[in-house]
Design a protein around this ligand. Sequence first.
Ligand SMILES: Nc1ncnc2c1ncn2[C@@H]1O[C@H](COP(=O)(O)OP(=O)(O)OP(=O)(O)O)[C@@H](O)[C@H]1O
Length: 271
Amino acid sequence: MNEQVPPDATTPSPPLLDFANITVMRGDKKVLDSLSLTVGAGEHLALLGPNGAGKSSLIKTITREHYPLAHADRRFLIMGKEVWEVGALRSMLGIVSNELQFTFTREITGREAVLSGFFSSVGLFRHEVTATMEEKTDEILRFLEIEHLADRSMREMSSGEGRRFLIGRALVHDPAALILDEPTNSMDLHALHHFRSTLQKIARSGTGVIMVTHNLHDIIPEISRVVLVKEGRICADGPKEEILTDTIIGGLFDVPVHIREEGGWYYASGY
Ligand SMILES: Nc1ncnc2c1ncn2[C@@H]1O[C@H](COP(=O)(O)OP(=O)(O)OP(=O)(O)O)[C@@H](O)[C@H]1O
């Protein structure tokens, strides 16, 4: 009798990230300094740290805009692989950043912004959009509750509205994780409210969420792990109840701060 078990029943997914001793230089500055970080598939985490700590450099290392120094005791695996075709890697990681939003300078509708995610382009040119792509786009617009804005130009949208379309664009390939670099910059209270509930919906759907933020209130209840970065290194990593304390966060930013938790949300005051 063949007693073999199908491989997918026994083989766990490799971690999304498995980094050890990662050092990245920019000019003569070490922006990441022997950094080690493992993130499981589907795990949600927030990266916090002062200005210049290396958070964006870490994100750019994940997306291969930056490359770490090669040395024998380095581990640089993404979804179990070290060697990636950059386009394939970036479509498996849904990347949303302020820099990306600034590239939408032409007249591009929200719908086109999402559709162009299939081609990794900024808007559509002579791309062949298939019926399947249109259907997937409709599904994403419904999921993100932004159908009513789909025909509006990206340039005419508020930053919060535009950010939700960029998330839609990042979701077209069903990414393993959504990577957000300071996603709530310049959002008003209304936009923040919608953005956070969108993010909760995505996190609950099983897509991993990795978010760089300065704002504790961005850490949605679904994110249970917080990683602190300072001077290119990880200085604390653990459950948010243990990391988001007056002493640890005050020490990270070098200011007195009072942290309060309410219904799974965190707030900082007194700084
Ligand atoms: N091309 C470069 N040459 C030299 N230093 C650089 C270069 N790019 C970035 N840096 C430096 O690397 C450090 C890390 O920058 P990074 O943008 O990763 O920080 P960050 O934590 O994302 O900061 P912020 O919260 O301000 O966005 C900073 O000190 C920055 O000045």
